[in-house]
Ligand binder design. Sequence first.
Ligand SMILES: Nc1ncnc2c1ncn2[C@@H]1O[C@H](COP(=O)(O)OP(=O)(O)OP(=O)(O)O)[C@@H](O)[C@H]1O
Length: 265
Amino acid sequence: MSAPTTVAEPIVLDGVSKTYPSSDGEVIALSPTSLTIEPGEFVAVVGPSGCGKTTLLQILAGFVTPTAGSATVGGTPVDGPDPDRGVVFQAPTLYPWLSVRGNVEFGPRARGESRADRGERALQALDLVGLKDFADKRPYELSGGMQQRAQIARVFVNNPGIVLMDEPYSALDPFTREQLQVQLLDLWHRERKTIVFVTHSVEEALFLATRVIVMSARPGRVIADRAVVLPGDDQPGVRSLDVLGTPELAAKKAELARLILEAHG
Ligand SMILES: Nc1ncnc2c1ncn2[C@@H]1O[C@H](COP(=O)(O)OP(=O)(O)OP(=O)(O)O)[C@@H](O)[C@H]1O
């Protein structure tokens, strides 16, 4: 899909922390965190509620300014949102008055792309997520899973180098969730974008990612950073759902769950 020029670049967090003011004093949402994420990695961030996962993602998105430390992409400080860093939220944020295609075209249109170019790219993006036939529907005519796919198309149409996903599937039923997980893996295989995916689910993290970062309960800090290699990863093609039943995945899941529990104290 042709689009704004994207050069895949590493994400570097150097001693990034975040403290929020609150009525009971300050809340440390994120302890100093240093991480490098290479282009094309699929990184899952997992940890208990309130451990700062969303804060970390929002710092990468440029929505939140760190209290200390720096976040850079390709050496350039993150100082605000950028279409090269697409964000997929937990709840779809589609505009109800626009068609599905209108929603996907919204970004390119705001950047002044011609009607023909943006229309073609919107259809390509909808095709990527299997929604081409629903281009002219309104968001309310789609199921929750389809709305989430439309949201992913709205991000991919900008051809971002980095896709930031904040618990995108947690509100979906288990079947839809598995379907979208497989589709996301397929998309990642074809497009090789850098994906940072926040989830509560250790299993989801292990199934999707090439690397899992585990955070402790508040104040959040990184307690483990593991490469994920599962049976079949040396074969061409996308991971299959069969891997969920393997002893290797079960052992990794138990190990990471134990780490999170231990860090809980
Ligand atoms: N804007 C804010 N103002 C004050 N406190 C905040 C703000 N945003 C987050 N926090 C606090 O910072 C901590 C980390 O929140 P964050 O949303 O990053 O965690 P999380 O791991 O994503 O949680 P969850 O899994 O429940 O979504 C929490 O204690 C939260 O209450």
